[in-house]
Design a protein around this ligand. Structure first.
Ligand code: ATP
Ligand code: MG
Length: 572
């Protein structure tokens, strides 16, 4: 590609709308432009990076025996009604009616559509296992679209679905995808880890997420310092420590706490530790209010709450709404005599003689005990794990770090095939439900995650396998015949070698050509300038470490080929 003929609008200034590095750099490097909230147009440079990821994904999916197809984005609501997800999915599912007033939605994921195909066209165990995938645009009406391609409303996903005769075979399919994902993210040049994950609205029995480790990650990942345990914080189970001495129940008392509404001010006033106090938080769980009890020094984990209640969404309510629901002003809410559904963290259920809000302005209660003073509708592990908790598997210390979820593999079981009556005839002549799995990769998010991990103050530093162009040739003497002829020749030869190359033939100052090359993050830069007439040499620079070498033009291609090979994991 010739830079002079390319739509590659780089920006010098830092765009105000971008909060994270990858978003800033993608806007500055002319990857994409925002059309509206969470929806972007991919410009040629951005699309080229996305295609690089897609190609790696495609090669590895095909190698793992999956077959590519392409499903529609618009889906009839009827299919979603069959699985119950038309109700359950929540507002991320964009619903609309067509001209015939038929309920429809934009596909956020395709379990229903693929199960419909398989139930109509696959009938025998002889046709199994089967794994079908697509690389396609998804739409999810995210509540907070942000960070550019990291959390868009419209984004590109690879989604695959496997169908097997039984659980054991389904696990083999799952393992194949897990291994394929390891290869995919390794080939993309990412630092990542697979962790145990929550199954979310997709459902299913177990799942793993592939996390790119980066500070800007929206997820927190928990690792054991000793064993192999690694989990998303949403999923990580807190082990309840056994209490050695259990106090006897003391008399319930109402105590005055004038103006003390926050955990720390109440504790300071009463001279107690936050671990003796229980917070009462109010959430809307779909349409029902629920009070949640957790220890004063703990954080609630919303995903665990959602799973306990079996709802699509939970959202904490503000103080006005708490007052509207309970009649109690903020900071004084407690479970004793509270007339809403109450659930408690397991730790609270194990506490004795604790403190809670008094359900009246300026009052708290002490010596409160679950069972004696109030009842709950459920007890479960509802709080976030912390670095001071023991590993749930081996008891050793834990480490917490941030991660970006780039892939997710689920073992689904027969949930979808049962609700959609998708069956096959097994070798014993019996009709059975397909055992399913599903496997997603956020293709556009992978590009953002790669940039989060690979950049410096001057711009992007693409790993070779994801770089839209592997080489940029700078022609610094457009009017110099020798320089231009050398640049053109190298440009042609690199293309013949199948290397993605861009020739910067713009009439720009050298300074801005250098700046753009750095910003774009192209792994290798070949500069052809005055040195050519003086010493017959051109300059080759590696973006990642800034290493510069001078060489004759003939040496450039062999030198590039060996460096590219060193940075690219073989396909086979
Ligand atoms: P998240 O927890 O980040 O919302 P998810 O669990 O909803 O992700 P999946 O349903 O597993 O995501 O989708 C498969 C993959 O699609 C994810 O691993 C992620 O990489 C990508 N993805 C999901 N939502 C978005 C989004 N809004 N923008 C870009 N990529 C996304
Ligand atoms: Mg999501």
């Amino acid at each position: 590609m010739r830079y002079s003929q390319t739509l590659l609008p780089t920006l010098k200034e830092i765009p105000a709308e971008a909060e994270v590095t990858s978003h800033r750099l993608m806007l500055r490097a002319g990857f994409m432009r925002k059309l509206t909230s969470g929806i972007y147009s991919y410009l040629p440079y951005g699309l080229a990076a996305i295609r690089k990821v897609e190609n790696i994904v495609r090669e590895e999916m095909n190698r793992a025996g999956a077959q590519e197809l392409l499903l529609p984005m618009v889906q009839p609501a009827d299919l979603w009604v069959e699985t119950g997800r038309y109700e359950k999915y929540g507002p991320e599912l964009l619903r609309f009616q067509d001209r015939h007033e038929r309920e429809s939605c934009l596909g956020p994921t395709h379990e229903e559509v693929i199960t419909d195909i398989v139930r109509k066209d696959v009938h025998s165990y002889r046709d199994l296992p089967i794994n079908l995938y697509q690389i396609q645009t998804k739409f999810r009406d995210e509540i907070r679209p942000r960070f550019g391609l990291m959390r868009g409303r419209e984004f590109i996903m690879k989604d695959a679905y496997s169908f097997d005769v039984d659980d054991k075979e389904a696990e083999v399919s799952y393992r194949k995808m897990y291994d394929a994902y390891q290869r995919i993210f390794t080939r993309c040049g990412l630092k990542f880890r697979a962790v145990q994950a929550d199954s979310g609205t997709i459902g299913g029995s177990f799942s793993h997420e592939f996390m790119v480790l980066a500070e800007t990650g929206e997820d927190t990942v928990v690792f054991c310092q000793e064993c192999e345990y690694a989990a998303n914080m949403e999923k990580a189970t807190v082990k309840l420590r056994e209490k050695e001495h259990v106090e006897s129940l003391k008399k319930l008392e109402k105590i005055e706490t004038p103006g003390k509404r926050k955990v720390d001010t109440v504790c300071e006033f009463l001279n107690i530790s936050p671990s003796q106090l229980v917070k009462t938080l109010v959430f809307m769980a779909d349409d029902e209010p629920v009070a949640v009890l957790v220890r004063g020094d703990r954080k609630m984990e919303e995903v665990k709450l959602k799973n306990l209640l079996g709802v699509a969404e939970v959202e904490i309510v503000d103080s006005d709404k708490v007052y509207e629901i309970t009649g109690v002003p903020t900071g004084y809410l407690g479970p004793v005599g509270l007339a809403v559904k109450i659930v408690a963290d397991q730790e609270v259920a194990a506490m004795r003689n604790f403190y809670v809000g008094g359900n009246e302005k300026n009052y708290h209660m002490k010596n409160v005990n679950l069972g004696r003073d109030f009842q709950v509708d459920g007890v479960a592990d509802l709080r976030q794990i912390s670095s001071s908790d023991p590993c749930p598997e081996c008891g050793a210390g834990l480490e917490l770090t941030e991660g970006i979820e780039v892939g997710h593999v689920f073992k689904l079981g027969t949930g979808y095939s049962e609700s959609m009556e998708a069956t096959f005839q097994d070798s014993d002549g019996q009709k059975k439900h397909f055992v399913m799995g599903c496997y997603g990769i956020g293709v556009s998010r992978v590009v953002a995650a790669a940039i989060e991990q690979n950049h410096d103050t001057n711009g992007i530093i693409f790993p070779v396998p994801l770089a839209p162009y592997t080489v940029i040739i700078l022609n610094l003497g457009l009017k110099d015949e020798k320089i231009t002829a050398t640049a053109e020749q190298l440009y042609n030869e690199l293309q013949i070698q199948g290397i993605d190359v861009i020739l910067d033939d713009r009439d720009e100052r050298p300074g801005s050509k250098f700046k753009d090359a750095d910003l774009l993050g192209i792994p290798f830069r070949v500069t052809i300038g005055k040195g050519l007439s003086k010493s017959g040499l051109v300059e080759m620079r590696t973006r990642r470490n800034g290493a510069v070498e001078e060489m004759t033009p003939e040496k450039v291609i062999p030198a590039l080929l060996s460096r590219i090979a060193a940075e690219t994991l073989e396909k086979n």
